[in-house]
Design a protein around this ligand. Structure first.
Ligand SMILES: C[S@@+](CC[C@H](N)C(=O)[O-])C[C@H]1O[C@@H](n2cnc3c(N)ncnc32)[C@H](O)[C@@H]1O
Length: 268
């Protein structure tokens, strides 16, 4: 399925753009960047806890936990059927189709709940935080990660400028105002005890191809739908512009600041 106006359904109809973005961050960060390790650090797992990962994406986080022998129940939740299918394919991990604000899970069912880089897409993020608290047992932890407001802005603005040349604009539905500036206050509305860890970094590219791959994987967020009649032309313009930048700036790198916070709420 695809639509010419980008939507969450079209963006997450396939796992591919998400995987390109994750792999690019893993490989082209200025300093080592391991958001999964940052989350694991605050989850403080013994290995037997039940854990729900909401907005699981391609499910690699819980796949990693299952591989390293976590024996507690692992449940991935996402509102995209493609992501749930990816989750269900992983041995030892359940996949559940569900909305973050109306989870098909029982009160206090889990020892830990995570929501990594997904709250941007939820129209009522505080309602989602209350759901995460509801499904987590007293004494358990809810761990949420979100990006800084200005993350990969340089690359995003490049794509947006080419989209605008064709009359396309970013769609508000794809990203609300949840970021590392706004999340702490939302967490404080829902949890009495909150701690925040901050991670600052940048993407750095010294050649055009990986930057072009990232820019293309960001296209939906920049207003370019998967079946926009202008998509191929816009992506070609973006690639030409990036090649031109490297040709005109020999020996320089394309640096794009980024970062995120890991917010932990203790359930009482
Ligand atoms: C940016 S991806 C992050 C995926 C994964 N957590 C990670 O960090 O790699 C956002 C994910 O949240 C899912 N999502 C978006 N809105 C949602 C909602 N309201 N309820 C549940 N999942 C949602 C999307 O389908 C997508 O898989």
């Amino acid at each position: 399925m695809s639509t010419s106006t980008p939507s969450l359904n079209s963006e997450y109809f396939s796992t591919t753009p998400l995987q390109v973005r994750i792999d690019t961050h893993a490989r082209y960060s200025e300093h080592p960047d391991d958001p999964a390790a940052a989350v694991l650090e605050v989850l403080d797992l013994a290995g037997t806890e039940s854990l729900a990962d909401i907005g699981c994406g391609d499910a690699r986080f819980l796949a990693h936990l299952a591989e390293r022998g976590h024996s507690g129940r692992l449940v991935n939740v996402d509102n995209s059927a493609a992501m749930v299918a990816a989750a269900t394919a992983i041995p030892g991990v359940d996949g559940v189709l569900g909305e973050a604000t109306a989870l098909p899970l029982a009160d206090r069912e889990f020892d830990r709940t995570t929501a990594r880089h997904m709250l941007y897409h939820v129209p009522d993020p505080v309602a989602a935080l209350r759901e995460f608290r509801r499904i987590t047992r007293p004494g358990g932890r809810v761990v949420v990660t979100v990006n800084h407001a200005r993350t990969c802005t340089r690359t995003g603005e490049l794509v947006v400028s080419h989209a605008q040349a064709y009359g396309l604009e970013p769609v508000a539905e794809l990203a609300n105002s949840v970021n590392s500036d706004t999340l702490p206050e939302m967490m404080a509305e829902v949890f009495t005890t909150v701690s925040i860890a901050r991670f600052d970094n940048a993407l750095v590219f010294d050649t055009a191809p990986p930057l072009i791959r990232l820019a293309h994987a960001m296209a939906s967020f920049c207003g370019v739908g998967t079946d926009s009649p202008h998509r191929d032309a816009i992506l070609a313009d973006v690639a030409t512009d990036i090649h031109r930048w490297f040709a005109s700036n020999p020996g320089q790198v394309w640096r794009d600041p980024k970062g995120y916070i890991v917010a932990t709420g203790i359930v009482e």
